[in-house]
Design a protein around this ligand. Structure first.
Ligand SMILES: Nc1ncnc2c1ncn2[C@@H]1O[C@H](COP(=O)(O)OP(=O)(O)OP(=O)(O)O)[C@@H](O)[C@H]1O
Length: 373
């Protein structure tokens, strides 16, 4: 085990504040920046105030881990609380989206509003030259403009979550682990004796953590039970609330063993908000789950100006999906229509569609509706 990182002096006049989550990726990010000679400090953010005293509350343990890593590396750890900003700019929107029957992705908004806004402003006020995070993405450059590139480790690439962060923020951020494969990150953490080396990757909504999601949501949005119908309109069961279900989802319908139907599993095809009805079908590859087109709005382009349309590129409709060939066209009302070469399974309103050309993440928008034509 090595004791301390060896610094060179090339970057020694530059101060970087690393977002330290108490996880292995941000721990190793701090280590690498020290090795690269930067003046490194850490910042642990607490963005969710409610301490419900349950097993879900892991922020204290995470802070302890971030502190242990900072002590080991000999860096100062700042702490900040952006709970008010998180509530106003991320969580309220998240609830509104659920209420409207969509399935939002709060981590995308959290990156835009908290990590690359509140945290960035905080760090700049501490006279930092850069911030750094443990995201698996890279920064590129074309014609003097910063680009957001996919992380080198194809299994870990997190550009999907960062598409709404603009080029000016990207220009002020370093992403040290984006250049590495995850196993190498864990190996480095172990080599330098960082306690986070074998900590499991975080899951759950950023800053709210790993709660039983249904119970959690129920605290904020009253459930509205309704019918579950087949595509043919037969009522076959009841649901507890449309918001607990996602297009393409298999489990949790509480149906099975129905007379007149086979034992094949049921999948959510559609949420009929007007009638508060969940529409389901049997078979995870049923035709009704596949759509060739979608319309999206609320666009964020990394370059902060929209590309010229029509644009032929690749897209992901969910994290971890392989890039899909598509063409983007602008509609008269400013929204865009995306046409896919291959039909896409379970396109989900509220989720983001994110566009790429090779490794470059162009930006993306929020899916309104999916259809065939
Ligand atoms: N509570 C926090 N305080 C400061 N920075 C944070 C915090 N949570 C996340 N971050 C920053 O955002 C990055 C990505 O967060 P994410 O939740 O996706 O973690 P991750 O990929 O599991 O990384 P890690 O292993 O560092 O937790 C982290 O690497 C870290 O730089």
């Amino acid at each position: 085990m090595k004791d301390s990182p060896i610094a060179n002096n090339a970057n020694s006049s530059k101060k970087v504040i690393v977002g330290m989550s108490g996880g292995v990726d941000s721990s190793v990010s701090a280590l690498i920046l020290m090795q690269q000679g930067y003046q490194v400090e850490g910042l642990f953010m607490k963005n969710w105030d409610e301490d419900d005293g349950t097993e879900y509350c892991t922020a204290k343990d995470d802070l302890a881990d971030a502190q242990a890593v900072s002590d080991k590396l000999g860096i100062k750890l700042h702490t900040a609380n952006f709970a008010a900003e998180y509530w106003d700019n991320v969580f309220e929107h998240f609830l509104a989206e659920y209420k409207a029957g969509r399935t939002p992705n709060p981590d995308i908004l959290c990156n835009k509003e908290i990590k690359f806004k509140a945290f960035l402003e905080y760090a700049m006020a501490l006279n930092a030259d850069y911030i750094a995070t443990g995201h698996y993405v890279r920064r590129g450059e074309k014609d003097g403009e910063p680009l957001l590139l996919k992380g080198l480790d194809g299994n870990k690439d997190q550009s999907y979550f960062l598409y709404a962060v603009g080029k000016d923020e990207i220009a002020k951020t370093l992403f040290p682990v984006g250049e590495l494969e995850k196993p190498e990150v864990r190996r480095l953490a172990e080599e330098y004796g960082l306690v986070t080396h074998n900590k499991k990757d975080s899951t759950g909504i950023c800053f709210i953590g790993e709660r039983r999601f249904k119970d959690f949501l129920e605290q904020y949005l009253p459930a509205q039970p309704g019918d579950i119908e087949t595509l043919e309109g037969d009522k076959i069961a009841r649901h507890h609330g449309l918001m607990y279900h996602t297009i393409g989802q298999r489990q949790g319908l509480g149906i099975g063993g129905l007379a007149n139907y086979s034992d094949d599993p049921w999948y959510v095809v559609e949420k009929d908000l007007e009638r508060n009805v969940l529409i389901v079908t049997q078979g995870g590859q049923h035709d009704s789950l596949f759509k060739t087109h979608l319309i999206a709005d609320n666009f964020d382009w990394v370059a902060r100006e929209k590309p010229s349309f029509p644009l032929t590129c690749k897209a992901k409709c969910r994290y971890r999906q392989a890039d899909q060939d598509c063409t983007i066209n602008e509609l008269a009302d400013g929204r865009v229509e995306v046409s896919f070469v291959e039909p896409q399974r379970a396109i989900t309103p509220g989720q983001s569609v994110v566009f790429y050309i090779d490794d470059v993440c162009l930006g993306g928008g929020i899916i309104n509706v999916a259809f065939n034509k």
